[in-house]
Design a protein around this ligand. Structure first.
Ligand code: GLN
Ligand code: ZN
Length: 780
């Protein structure tokens, strides 16, 4: 690429003026076959060498650049062994105090900071080489988790550009036209946390010289374009943070590179002016979610700036309607000429790598999909159409039109009965018959539970026997009848153990469920499953979200046989166990042809039928898990209300068709309720079980302050830890709970399901829990 004069304009040497340039913001690094995952885990287990791991990293980078061939500017520096934010912390020399001075390879130190689980479990089992793991949290509204940068008032930064320079050199050697990728300084600070209560924004002055040095260093190695990610710009920023953008980019303006400021995941709204006028060479925006920004931006953007439009959705797995995008883009190209760049909306980190690996996916559904490699192909087609006219890619455009049309018209997507049922939804559907107080009295009489009733959250250990049976069933080594028999034996074991423990409300243990969403998705019409559709969740962990492609319906009951079998083995109430519609939605790839709210209502109606079937089968207690309700909150607080309205409505539709005597439980495994407590109360579940053990019951303050009216089971036992909780500790926690919530509305239960634990941990822990409940009954 050449530099053109003083006016900050650039063009590709092989392209004439007026041609749209294509680029990519980031490529999935885990590998089409999850090579990085397996290499990491083997290294962590001591089964392979650091050199071996580094070689896999280099191989993946080389392959992925190859995969992006034909894109004008390919991202470099988007590869990370664990997390791109942690890479940035290392680049900036911002390592937590506790790993400084440690000996050994930098990458080993990096893993010391990285390893551990989510933020929620950081203190439990995140010990690695005696160093506490860094806290982890969700990257905006994706299911990717980053390691939170840690700051104190004393934090100093020092450049270590080695990783970026090495990757840049590799790419150049491969003949790649590069664009280096960094997390921008304001987003880096905004997503971090200070450990001493100091103001992290005060660190900006110390941070900027290091960024400038980094840009200068990259330029010296031949980097011309640098993509600097500032997605924080799509969230609500107060004045000091907006000002930080001005300060930062005026400071960086003198660096000898061209900066492409990248925002994604949302709209700039009133930050359009700010984003348009920062002194950078180009601005990238998410033209899927942020389309409303385009008109104002076209007016605001200074005439020397590149505008990069993210027109291919980097957050879903659907084919783009290329003709529709062209209809929209061509007039913009007329206006912008060579200042128009096109790209995916965000990094492709959030989609699987390659659709061609899929051998078992239903052919019809498959023809509607595009994974990362296919999305880049779409981008190439768009660029050809823009640069040479649509005729140049007529056959690709026609094939794409045919696929999009087929999807729109498919009876697999459109089910008139479901649409009619959605149209019939009215408020009564979500309304319990009686108010909580009346229901509670009827349920108490029917269930005859003691004070401080004990229960568990649903799953019991998923033993190797269970996993083996599932493998054998899949491989055709055992038939369905044999599998069912093995699962029934497991259920019987769970019931026996619960009898022996003396618990009050039983569960069947969920042995038959591989995953709380996939299990239901597999039984609902409108869902498809990929074989290799893995997306990185954190570190080496990946998830394979089910694909919600059509109107949702439930051909037959999904859980009733298992639960009635379990109930037949005991007189104690057996909980029916379901995953709620909001959680199923939030953990799936969802449709782009209807709103999330509509898809969620369809799920709600389907799960509601299951609830009613369970009730008809005599099940007295039904739990509907909404583990991911909070996760779906939009990035901007101004949109929270709308989301919560339909999410709560969907839960109510699912749960509230039952008689007063039927007790509805819900479960949420997180510990932040302050800002959504009114919505939680609105769900009107008779009992909610939540995660509290690590917050010392303080989170119950939110329930207390709100005068939360129904029953609560605050988790007293941290299931993420192998430690056996003591009776005294659990009694103490429940006493604290009773200071906030009247004792007659408290349940005693663990924080979450027990599937990841071993029986030899679960039995002593629950034994202590039951003793704790008895102690409470005797003393409170
Ligand atoms: N019922 C589920 C279980 O016990 C709930 C899991 C969850 O909340 N994540 O496994
Ligand atoms: Zn949970």
């Amino acid at each position: 690429m050449e530099r053109v004069g003083e006016n900050n304009l650039v063009f590709h040497p092989t392209k004439a003026i007026d041609m749209a340039i294509t680029h990519n913001l980031g490529f999935p690094r885990i590998g089409a076959k999850r090579e990085l995952k397996f290499a990491l885990e083997s290294y962590w287990k001591g089964e392979s060498t650091l050199e071996g791991l580094k070689a896999v990293g280099a191989e993946l980078r080389a392959r992925h650049w190859q995969d992006q061939e034909g894109i004008d500017l390919v991202p470099v520096g988007d590869f990370a062994f664990y997390d791109q934010m942690l890479d940035m912390s290392f680049t900036l020399g911002n390592l937590p105090e506790r790993v400084r001075g440690l000996e050994g390879d930098v990458l080993d130190n990096y893993f010391r900071v990285a390893r551990g689980r989510s933020a929620a479990v950081a203190d439990a089992d995140a010990q690695c080489g005696g160093v506490a793991a860094g806290e982890m949290t969700k990257w905006f509204d994706t299911n990717y988790h980053y390691i939170v940068p840690e700051f104190t008032a004393e934090t100093e930064f020092r450049l270590d550009a080695s990783r970026l320079l090495e990757q840049l050199a590799e790419a150049k050697a491969q003949g790649i036209q590069t664009k280096s990728v960094l997390v921008g300084p304001v987003t880096y600070l905004a997503l971090g946390k200070t450990k001493d209560g100091s103001d992290r924004l005060a660190l900006l002055d110390r941070l900027l010289p290091v960024y400038r040095e980094l840009l200068t260093t990259l330029a010296a190695q031949g980097a011309e374009w640098v993509q600097i990610d500032e997605p924080i710009l799509v969230t609500e920023l107060d004045e000091p943070w907006r000002h930080a953008f001005e300060v930062a980019y005026h400071e960086l303006k003198s660096a000898p590179v061209k900066l492409l400021l990248a925002t994604y995941f949302g709209t700039l709204q009133d930050q359009c002016y700010l984003a348009a006028n920062l002194p950078v060479a180009g601005l990238h925006i998410d033209a899927i979610r942020g389309r409303d920004d385009i008109v104002p931006l076209l007016n605001l953007l200074p005439s020397n700036k590149i505008l990069s439009l993210g027109v291919i959705n980097g957050r879903n797995i659907w084919k783009t309607d290329l003709n529709a995008v062209l209809d929209w883009l061509e007039p913009i190209q007329q206006q912008l000429g060579e200042r128009l760049w096109i790209a995916p909306s965000c990094s492709l980190l959030h989609v699987p790598v390659d659709l061609t690996s899929e051998r078992k996916l239903d052919g019809e559904v498959r023809s509607w999909l595009a994974f990362a490699k296919q999305k880049l192909e779409e981008l190439r087609v768009l660029a050809s159409a823009l640069n040479q006219g649509r005729e140049a890619v007529r056959s690709e455009l026609d094939a794409n039109r045919a696929a999009c049309e087929a999807r729109r018209r498919s009876p697999r997507v459109n089910n008139p009965e479901v649409k009619a049922a959605i149209a019939r939804i009215d408020a009564r559907l979500g309304q319990r018959q009686g108010p909580y107080a009346e229901r509670a009295a009827k349920q108490a009489e029917r269930l005859g539970l003691p004070r401080f009733p004990t229960t568990t959250i649903g799953s019991f250990p998923q033993t190797s026997g269970i996993r083996q049976a599932r493998r054998q069933l899949k491989a055709g080594e055992i038939d369905q009848a044999a599998y069912t028999e093995i699962m029934r034996t497991e259920i019987a074991r769970c019931v026996r153990e619960q009898e022996a423990l003396g618990l009050d409300v039983f569960v069947h243990g969920e042995p038959e469920r591989n995953d709380m969403v996939e299990y239901f998705g597999e039984q609902l019409d409108g869902y498809a499953f990929s074989q290799f559709g893995w997306v990185q969740s954190y570190g080496s962990r990946c998830v394979k979200p089910p694909i919600l492609f059509g109107d949702i319906s439930r051909p037959k009951a999904m859980t009733v046989d298992w639960i009635t079998y379990a109930q037949s083995l005991t007189d104690k109430p057996m909980k029916g166990m379901l995953t709620g519609p909001v959680t199923i939605l939030n953990w799936s790839f969802v449709r782009d042809d209807q709103s999330r709210a509509v898809s969620c209502r369809q799920l709600a109606l389907a799960i509601r039928e299951e609830v009613l079937d369970l009730e008809r089968a005599g099940v007295r207690v039904i739990q509907i898990d909404e583990a991911a309700l909070r996760e779906g909150l939009p990035l901007r607080r101004s949109q929270w209300g709308e989301y919560l309205d339909w999410a709560v409505e969907c839960f109510r539709i699912t749960a509230n068709g039952v008689a007063d005597e039927t007790q509805i439980h819900t479960h949420m495994c997180y510990s932040e309720f302050n800002d959504i407590i009114a919505s939680i109360a609105d769900m009107d579940a008779d009992v909610i079980t939540i995660e509290t053990s690590r917050s010392d019951m303080e989170l119950l303050d939110a329930f207390d302050d709100f005068n939360y009216p129904n029953e609560i089971g605050p988790g007293v036992y941290d299931i993420h830890s192998p430690n056996i909780p003591t009776v005294a500790h659990m009694v103490e926690l429940m006493r604290k709970a009773a200071e906030r919530i009247p004792a007659e509305r408290l349940w005693v239960n663990p924080d979450c399901g027990l599937k990841t634990r071993h029986w030899n941990e679960v039995i002593p822990a629950l034994t202590n829990m039951v003793v704790a409940a008895k102690t409470l009954r005797a003393t409170l």
